[in-house]
Design a protein around this ligand. Structure first.
Ligand code: GDP
Length: 364
């Protein structure tokens, strides 16, 4: 599955947010099976109203949403790349995630100490990013000697890698994160293999006071502007509100949000933003037993999409019977769609679209 790491300076609301995420998931456990893998790792259901619709039309007994994993990565402080705070331990955890949710303190509260003495979201972002860039610099510098030797010895792969490493180094020395590195599509794999912390896509989470949850405030506006410059994504959220509504049922939640003048829980927006950031899409399988959502990366072809369910589905792939979400719903399900000629037979090269209802045929 896909993993999103929650980072940020101490006292910005990371744990509050993480706990709200996992409690929400737990509170909705009837419909949304949830598990805590480790104390700081939780899986959350990706909210998707289409799934309820499909279950209704397909008369499915159970609804199983797709999930995203969130990891609370504590211990990122100034000097972390030099081993302060939790040091290397959390750097290793960050290496494993697909994206970073960077929580930024956008609320004033004289009772809650800010590590640098004042609320300054842009400076905070720079502090964290600097630590991550320093860690990347160090890990790349360690590799240069070895790669140079191999490249001199005539190894073509090493030569290409060295070129990539040197370009990344010069970018980082300029104070820019590695995700800005210009690279050719054929270099993407090697780039990923470098496992750089600043190569991950970033989602800024502006933690604002309760009154600003709908509109944001001047701090969150500054973060929004920064995100725009960087081609990153930002969401405004009040961790406090989220933790208050975390234990409510779905219905109670809607009522509570209404009274606050909010349309949607911040967590739902956060989860969806994470989904978009990773270029993820959802396809569905629908039957009497269950209506279920599955996550794939945009551009995935049918056999690889099938592998998410079971690797045998990919190995023995014959074809995919595919119905677009709207057709499935408006034509009353699979039989109706088939009669209307809206059930398509797709082969190995079919690129699965968001919302497709799929039925895979395969040899065992
Ligand atoms: P972490 O160190 O980043 O994990 O931060 P925590 O989630 O532990 O929060 C630190 C403190 O800030 C706690 O006392 C929280 O209750 C408080 N806090 C978190 N979010 C908010 C908020 O939006 N407004 C206010 N006033 N306090 C908050």
């Amino acid at each position: 599955g896909f993993k999103c790491g929650i980072v940020g300076l101490p006292n910005v609301g990371k744990s509050t947010l993480f706990n709200a995420l996992t409690e929400t998931a737990a509170a909705q456990a009837a419909n949304y099976p949830f598990c805590t893998i480790e104390p700081n790792v939780g899986e959350v259901a990706v909210p998707d109203p289409r799934l309820d619709k499909l279950a209704e039309v397909g008369k499915s007994a159970q609804i199983i949403p797709t999930r995203l994993t969130f990891v609370d990565i504590a211990g990122l402080v100034k000097g972390a790349s030099k081993g302060e705070g939790l040091g290397n331990q959390f750097l290793a955890t960050i290496r494993e995630v697909d994206a970073i949710a960077h929580v930024v303190r956008c609320f004033e509260d004289s009772d809650i100490t800010h590590v640098d003495g004042k609320v300054a979201p842009i400076a905070d972002i720079d502090t964290i990013e600097t630590e991550l860039m320093l860690a990347d610099l160090e890990s790349l510098e360690k590799r240069v000697d070895n790669l140079s030797k191999k490249a001199k010895g005539g190894d073509k792969d090493s030569k290409e890698q060295l070129d990539l490493v040197n370009r990344a180094l010069s970018l980082l020395r300029d104070g820019k994160p590695a995700r800005f590195l210009e690279r050719k599509p054929e270099e993407e794999r090697a780039f990923r293999m470098l496992g750089l912390l600043t190569s991950k896509p970033v989602l800024y989470v502006c933690n604002v006071e309760e009154g600003s949850a709908g509109s944001g405030n001047s701090f969150s506006e500054a973060v929004m502007a920064r995100a725009k410059e960087e081609d990153a994504v930002a969401v405004v959220i009040s961790a406090k509100i989220e933790s208050e509504i975390a234990t409510l049922s779905r219905e109670e939640r809607t009522d509570f949000l209404d009274t606050l003048g909010l349309h949607e829980a911040g967590l739902d927006r956060l989860i969806r933003a994470g989904y978009e950031l990773l270029h993820l899409i959802t396809y569905f399988t629908v039957g009497p037993k269950e209506a279920r959502a599955w996550t794939i990366t945009k551009g995935t072809k049918a056999p690889q999409a099938a592998a998410v369910i079971h690797t045998d589905f990919e190995k023995g792939f014959i074809r995919a019977e595919t119905i677009a979400f709207n057709d499935y719903v408006s034509l009353g399900g699979e039989a109706g769609a088939r009669d209307a000629g809206k059930l398509r037979l797709e082969g190995k090269e079919y690129v699965v679209a968001d919302g497709d209802v799929m039925h895979f045929r395969f040899n065992t």
